[in-house]
Ligand binder design. Structure first.
Ligand code: ATP
Length: 240
């Protein structure tokens, strides 16, 4: 790497109580880059996302944004600094409508003042949300809820957007629709860290990828080089 990365994790250890899930995880994401974190069930992908957002404390290691450590900052501070998560399972508020859900994405952040501009931007990106502004989120399809979760994360004007399994439970067609927006977001200069079990969809839009197995990075490289690699197969089907 020549330029210093927008986002960097160095030697991260994290887990739950006595149980260490992540061991010595290091990765980086350049500005405007799309990077995947791939791995099977239980590899530690969501745990990595939780540690990045500050919802889970690190046991060791450093997380940096723009070169500055954010490892000890509380979750809300990290949002203000530019880290936003679209969580696994979307977690939209079913009894609120689309626009209310979107507005919650900037509720406590410094992006509150630019809400009207950001709403317009998100409705441009996801016309389906614009058509359904007043619809209850709980009545939306899985794909629409996924768009809503991504839109809600974008409302805080992130520099690093964390997408946790955006294809979960979606048909291939709807997955494609959601995935089509990822390069558009990155083209605005937003860095994207994409967690997926759907390696094919993720690698198709990613510049680079890391493979996580049993809480350790077992491979890293350009997306096109990892696509047919044995190490990726081993991580999913045993061996790595
Ligand atoms: P998936 O694709 O199934 O979401 P993942 O790669 O995201 O998997 P994690 O959810 O990070 O994996 O889980 C990694 C490990 O941490 C698993 O062994 C899991 O059982 C454990 N784990 C996750 N959440 C907790 C928790 N709240 N308390 C204790 N252990 C947990």
């Amino acid at each position: 790497m020549t330029s210093s990365p927008l986002f960097q994790i160095e030697h991260l250890n994290a887990g739950y109580g006595e149980s260490i899930v992540l061991s010595d995880v290091s990765l980086d994401v350049q500005q405007g880059e799309i990077v995947s974190l791939l791995g099977p069930n239980g590899a530690g992908k969501t745990t990595t996302m939780m540690a990045i957002t500050g919802l889970l404390s690190a046991y060791g290691g450093t997380i940096r944004l723009d070169g500055h450590p954010i490892t000890d900052k509380p979750a809300h501070k990290r949002v203000d600094l530019g880290v936003a998560l679209s969580p696994e399972g979307r977690q939209v508020f079913p009894e609120l409508n689309v626009e209310e859900n979107l507005l919650l994405g900037s509720f406590a952040s410094k992006a509150r003042a630019s809400r009207p501009r950001n709403l317009t931007r998100i409705y441009d990106l996801f016309p389906r949300l614009a058509e359904r502004k007043k619809q209850l989120a709980g009545l939306m399809s899985g794909g629409e809820q996924q768009m809503l979760a991504i839109g809600r994360a974008l409302m805080s004007e992130p520099r690093l957007l964390l997408l946790d399994e955006p294809s979960l439970g979606l048909s291939p067609l709807i997955t494609e629709l959601v995935y089509d927006t990822i390069p558009v977001i990155a083209a605005e200069g937003i860095s994207i860290l994409l967690v997926e079990q759907n390696t094919e969809a993720a690698l198709a839009v990613s510049n680079r990828a890391y493979v996580l197995s049993h809480g350790r990075i077992v491979a890293a490289g350009k997306a096109e080089d990892l696509r047919d690699s044995a190490v990726l197969r081993d991580a999913f089907f045993g061996g790595a």
